[in-house]
Design a protein around this ligand. Structure first.
Ligand code: GSF
Length: 203
């Protein structure tokens, strides 16, 4: 199978970390979705990465659908519980981490794609508040535990780690390490894993 993505996208990173943790083979195809020449639309009508292209040519998106599918492909390193409240809890952690990213990306697009005199400070402040509230919720959910949910490494940690890595990469001015030392502790520990080391965001 092929994964279409970029080296900077946190959603793509989430998928790459899951691939690595589950020891799945794939071809990584780089695509610049912002280039006028992009061909991402041939695989994903929404024009976004990540997009997984399977052996039969079928395409799958978005990152949440892809990681859920990948987790069923091998019993190695199970990342999502199969049912019930535990499963919903992991998916909620993922929604929180992705939601922080969605808000951060809206801020970045507002600042980079719109001329300065047409940018909305109110809109930017609204999105930044979601980022801050999301980080606070992650921190209080994590508490003193070693992992986000339960006693082992799960998709919740992959999603939170990808989100924190991207915030550090694109918003160095957001001081989440000092505000939430427990998130810094988790992130530093996750960053030692080979799957995280191999996927550090690159501009
Ligand atoms: C978000 C993917 C996304 O926004 C997912 O896969 O989880 N909910 C989706 N990807 C961005 C790249 S990035 O900012 O990570 C993308 O492809 N944007 C292109 C566009 O036209 O919005």
């Amino acid at each position: 199978m092929k994964l279409i993505g970029s080296l900077a996208s946190p959603y793509v990173r989430k998928v790459r970390i899951v691939m690595a943790e589950k020891r799945l083979d794939y071809e990584f195809v780089l695509e610049d979705v912002w280039s006028p020449d992009t061909v991402i639309g041939l695989s994903n009508p929404l024009g976004k990465v990540p997009c997984l292209v399977m052996e039969d040519g079928g395409a799958m998106f978005d990152s949440r659908v892809i990681v859920e599918y990948l987790d069923t492909m091998s019993p190695v390193g199970k990342l999502i519980p199969s049912a019930g409240r535990e499963r919903a809890s992991i998916k909620c952690w993922e929604a929180l981490a992705d939601g922080v990213l969605d808000a951060g990306i809206l801020v970045r697009l507002e600042r980079t794609l719109r001329p300065a005199d047409r940018q909305s400070d109110v809109w930017i402040a609204r999105q930044l508040q979601k980022v801050q509230q999301g980080l606070k919720a992650m921190s209080s959910g994590l508490g003193d535990h070693a992992f986000c949910a339960g006693k082992q490494f799960t998709l919740a940690d992959v999603a939170v780690g990808s989100a924190l890595g991207w915030i550090a990469f694109r918003f160095p001015e957001i001081d989440w390490r000092d505000d939430h030392p427990n998130l810094a502790r988790l992130f530093d520990k996750l960053s030692e894993r080979q799957s995280f080391r191999d996927t550090v965001p690159v501009a």
